[in-house]
Design a protein around this ligand. Sequence first.
Ligand code: HAM
Length: 426
Amino acid sequence: MKIQSIRGMQNLLPAQTRRWRWVERVIAGVFDGYGYEQVRMPMLESVDLFKRSVGDATDIVEKEMYVFEDRGGDRVALRPEGTAGCVRLAEEEGLLFNQQQRLWYTGPMFRYERPQKGRYRQFDQIGAEVFGLPGPDVDAELLVLTAEIWRALGVDDAVRLEINSMGSPEARAAYRGRLVGYLEPFRDELDEDSQRRLETNPLRILDSKVPRTQEIVAAAPRLADALDEASRTHFDAVQRLLDQAGVDFEVNHNIVRGLDYYTGLVFEWTTDALGSQGAVCGGGRYDGLVEQLGGKPTPGIGFAIGVDRAVLLCEARQAFPAAVDRRALFYVMPRAADTAAAMQTARQLRAAFPGEGVLLHLGGGKFDKRIKRGLATGALGAVITDEADGTVEFRPFSEGDRIECPVAALVPLLRQRFSQLTELSE
Ligand code: HAM
C-alpha cells in the first residue's frame, strides 16, 4: 500500500508555492516598513508552555495539541500558535527587561482540528508580538499595520475589523461570576460544549455558534458593562486613534478569542469570501502573560494572520499580479543544437533582469516541441539563439512584434519593451 500524506497536512505544488511566496514577501515588506524585526522560534516546545499560556481549559490545549514524549522522556508539543514561544524566546534571551521590542515571525503551527477548506492540521501563521509598550498607541499601530497588509495584498475591500475589550483580569473574574449566575438556570438548554464550558471557560460560551445558545447569550449581562475604568479609557483611545488613521472597525462585544492569555483589547479580521473559515487574523493584548510564564510584569500585544487563508483570500479576489503566476519571464533555447550560446544568453538575461525567471531549454527535441514547452511555462516569449550567425530572435508568446538582432543588442531592446512589466512584478 502506498503511504499518503497525513490528514489535514497539505502538499504545496510550484504554482501554489509561487503565490505563497508572494504573500509572504508582501507581508514581510510591510513589517520591514514598520521597523519590526523577525525572530524564529522552534516548532517544538514543552507542553507546559502552552498549558500555562494558551490555557489548560481551551480547545487548543485540551483537544487539539500534538503532544508526545520525546526519547528522553520529556513531554513536548508541536506549537499550536506562536505567541507563547515568542514570549518564551524573548524572556530567555533577555529581550524584555526595560526594553521595547517589535517582533514578527512566520512558520507552521499544528492543531488537531477537523480539516476542511481553510482549516488544516498544519497551517502557517505570520504573526507579530510587541513587548514593553502599555499604551493604546501600539494597539492602534498594530491595527493600522494589519490594515496596511490587506491593502498591500489587494484584499482590503474583502476584510473587516472587529474589536472588543476583555477588561482587566479582576473585572473579568467578577463578570465571569455574573455570567455563570445568569447561564446556570439555562444549563439544560445549552449545547454540550457550552455546558462543559460553564465550569471551565464560561466566557467562550459568548461566541458559541449554536443557535439556541446564541439566543440565550443575547440577553446575558455584557462584558462591556463590566469593564474597569482603565480598560474602558484604553479602549476608547484605541478607537479614537483608529478613527484618526482612517481604519474602519466595528465593536463586537462577543469576541472573546479562544486563548486564555488576553487582557484588554482583542480583535479579529474576518472575510465573507472564504465560507465558514472566515477568520484571517486574530490578536490582542496580553499584559499578564510574561509574568505568568515567570518573567517580570511586561505589557504585550500581538496578532497572527493565517497564511493559508490569506492565500485563499487573494485567490478568491484574484489579487495576484500576473507575474506571480509566471514561471519565467523568458524561455531561452538554441535554434539548432548550440546549447553553449543559449546558456550564455540566458546568463546575460538573468543579470539584466534580476529576480525574474530566465528558463533555459534543456533536453533537445524538435523546434516546435521546444517552442510548445516554452509556451507552457507562461513566459512572455522565447529567446532563440543562433550561434551560426551570432543573432538572436525574441518571439513573443502573445502580443507584440518579433525582434531579430545581434546578440549584443538584445538586452537593451528587451529592457525597453518590458520595463513597465518588470516594474509591476516587483
Ligand atoms: P488564533 O486566532 O488562534 O490566534 O489564530 C490566528 C489565525 O490563524 C486565525 O485567524 C486563522 O487565520 C489562522 N488559523 C488558526 N487555526 C487554523 C487552522 N486550523 N487552519 C488554518 N488557519 C488557521 C493565535 O494563534 C494567537 N497566537 C494570535 C496572537 C498573537 N495573539 C496575540 N499575539
